[in-house]
Design a protein. Sequence first.
Length: 394
Amino acid sequence: METTQPADPAERMPSTGAAFPTIGILGGGQLGRMMTAAAIRMGVHVRLLSPKPAGPMAPYADAIVDDWTDREVLAAFAEPCDVITVESEWAPAAEMAEVLPPGTALWPRPETIDMISHKGVQKTRLADAGLPVPPFRRCPTQDDALAAAEELGYPVVLKMYEGSYDGYGNATVGSPDALREQWGELADDDGLMVEAFMEFERELAVQVARRPDGEQVVYPVAHTVQRNHRCHAVVVPAAMDSSVSEKAQRIAQAAVDAVDGVGLTAVELFEMPDGEVLVNELAPRPHNTGHYSIEGSYTSQFENHVRAILGWPLGRTDLRAPVAVMVNVLGRREGTPPRTKGLRDALSVPGATVHLYNKPEVRPARKMGHVTVTGTDRDDVYQRAEKAAGQIRL
């Protein structure tokens, strides 16, 4: 679906006077919370829309809970806004595009979001653009998947096309029987994706902020430490040869160009033992792997997202200190409301900055917050971040 909107939202922004732009965010979770905090600091007014009460957005006055499948609700929400953006690829961007007031922009475009949110379409687009990706097959039937697995060689990774996150929606299988067992769990009407299992050296992430006119800035390459298929920690910059780091940044920028990303796009990558870099997947929004940038970078991913969708000058992405480490704080039990223990102990760790998201319900392994530490010695910074995050028990 094509949408008509200003090529550069800055064109309708007042350059002087008391008026400031208003952005609307579809979503009320921690990403919307941190986008809002960055925007407010710059004098930008923010409206948030969520289909259900969301604790992270609760501190903000213009947070609306309503049915975001209702066209009238979307139109009323968008009316005062200069720009609309999304907190996640599952927000109703396409529906919003149909009711946008004249002159109001929507970034990223619904076409970009649709392209990225379907893993098969996303990977095909990246491959067609000549970007290095793991071998994969889009398989509409179980027989197609079995044939693809034989061709690629077991083990293979099965990926649900839409709705997967934090390790959900993927499965590594080592036999036809295991594939058949997982098919019913992961396959949608159009099947699923079968991807070769890559024996990578480590997982990387690069954030790219891109304006509607194509101007972009790239963040340092981050090493993402995974536990149980979830991001546990992020270390920036990744300890690697500069030639590999520069290659990863170039590939990330080319991937964002390929999908016409606007705002902040996160690019997850594999570093292979031979120094090659492959694109794993993209997220059309700020991302957990970029949270370190709030304290660690001159301009956070959230501020550059706001700047980019407004068509404003993009900020510096280099680190304020030689090393930054972010460790996620996960839920340890199930219940409502969350009970927090150990916060005082976490705050006693030198240099630790704690972010808790105010989610109203805690679940085991759910991301409830994060801790960031910056410094000069990589091992020391990592140990302090781990210590601080480990003190917080939710």
